[in-house]
Design a protein around this ligand. Sequence first.
Ligand code: PMP
Length: 371
Amino acid sequence: MNARRTYLDYNATAPLRPEARAAVVAALDVFGNPSSVHAEGRRARAIVDEAREAIAALVNAEASEVVFTSGATEANTWALSAPWQWIAFAGIEHDSVRGPAVEIAAARGAVAVELPVARDGAVDIPLDGDGNGLLVALQMANNETGVLQDVATAGLKALAYGARLHCDAVQAPGRIAIDFKTLGASTLSLSAHKIGGPKGVGALVVGSGVPLPPLFTGGGQEQRRRAGTENVAAIAGFGAAARAALKDLDGAPRLAALRDRLEADVKHVTPEAVIVGADAPRLPNTSSIALPGASAETLVIKMDLAGIAVSAGAACSSGKVGESHVLNAMGLAPEIASSAIRVSIGPETTEDDIAAFVAAWKRICGASLAA
Ligand code: PMP
């Protein structure tokens, strides 16, 4: 396994940043309990508080609004689990929103409403009447296509209607600016490992005054909202990654240029390839490339054998490639939905990485078409 690998699957997880690793390692030696009043405890508390400031800065929220969780799956589930009467979401949402939305609604006797999605991936939120008791879940950026939603407009609409908005912003930090203060969302979820932090830590940003019942009560940590002794080392890594991700925004045009080059070269080699969401506002780092007639699973395996890590749709826990519920929800033809691979790049991606992908694409797809 010494062969050079090209990692183009940042939306699944980003490589651990050196500064995040250093922060984790340093914090592991700070053994105090952040809830203890003595000096050892206060040292650990300072690490958690510093990280909280960094995450707040990343999304322009108040530090007091940031609640650490075990990741975005927990944050999404928590936001959805308040006693809503209706939960509205689109089929393009991540499974950690879709699943709980349906299950929580069923368990509570509430109604789960599926929102319509246009072919370019834009979610339509038809609101009228009284929105009291309604939660609208709307992602900021899609993990498979990179398509952006107009969350701020949806947030204004939701507020005017008396509804609340939850935003899964997991794929956005470091790629587009996030302004929680003007977003109109009551809650927003983040995950450290998508921005080069460690896995198993994330946050739910809860707007001040938003009446969200605590997730766990227990020992009352996180201002009595999410009890349990804080994962200090992971939180420290999350904080360091958040500081670095904020600086990444300057590199977004470089990512978009690499992404555009990759897409142009793919179209050159295989003119029949379809770039999903090409005309929609998108993240600068994500390409969903469909080759009608090909199998996404086969493409991913062939790419892997060629030393290139990409994915088909979302990585699911079984490691197998399932049908893309996102592309299905966009109403794309089955030959597109079943042949799309996702290429997602990040700050460490170079022109050589793009060239390696295009060369492999040429070998794999160019050859199979000529055959
Ligand atoms: N939402 C989106 C859009 C995601 O891409 C992911 C990760 N695949 C999650 C939520 C879940 O995040 P975590 O891995 O922190 O539970």
